[in-house]
Design a binder for this molecule. Sequence first.
Ligand code: CP
Length: 337
Amino acid sequence: MNFIGTHILSVSQFDRAAIEEIFVVADQMEPYAQRQKVTRVLEGAILGSMFFEPSTRTRVSFGCAFNLLGGEVRETTEVKASSISKGESFYDTARVLSGYSDVIVMRHEIEGSVDEFAQASRVPVLNGGDGTNEHPSQALLDLYTIRKELATQGKNIDNLRIALIGDLKYGRAVHSLCKLLTLYNNIHFTLISPPELALPASYIKAIKAAGHDIVESNDLQQSIRHADILYLTRTQEERFPSQSEADKYKGLFRLNQAIYTEFCEPNTVIMHPLPRDSRIDAKELDDDMNNNPNLAIFRQTDNGVLIRMALFALILDVTDQVDKHARNVNWYTAKRF
Ligand code: CP
């Protein structure tokens, strides 16, 4: 795949070779993310960061990744802070903002909105999440995390046993991850959700067509016994027709340390795209697991910086220049990894 100047809108753009290329560049970014080295390879470049839906990690880690490569970030957050609230189209907004930026990352609640924006943009656009559709950089960082976690156990992604748990209907991170996993061999999917929040039929069809196993269940405890990875999700209440409808599913599946100890194989890795819902009536991933060494959720968020740095380096064609611009840091650096 030629990444240079490319929009990143869907994980369907990638094959296994492209994913491997991203992961190799992500590995190269570790000394910069760990603050051992500084590079200014993108000095003078500007990232337009446009988040029209709430975000903590995607927005900040995209910005942080661009800063770590030496670039500047210009943020627009919320529709009301943009002239979209005065009726301006995605087309006009994209024509204008692509004149101010070298690359743009965008999140919006409407499926296909980032695609529409990208068609009018004069610079590459990365999808930071479009409605229930896709979240490509999240799926890449999840897959990168799965690969790293399994490697510590002498396993690889082929033959993975993964349980996807919670709101599989509206969870775009799950949708993108399922698409990526179908590129590997002999994946065993256990889909644990209430029937009303099941993974959409198109994803199930694609997984089966690629020759993988699927078991669907609404029994958490009996279905997590033989998984390498548990991937939990919160109820995406902002996507439901009403709050009362969303409330029916809150707290339905909860993983805590007691359930983990009784029902999971040792070293089962626990993942979640975050945010987890820590309110008392939700708690799909209990705080009492915070000290479990198999909890990979903050390794996921750290890996997000590496993946997003890699995407910028590939799209802006600087992978072979990153180290040439490097120097050691000259300030105190806490150990993060
Ligand atoms: N995982 C994720 O997309 O988190 P944010 O909504 O905080 O960006």
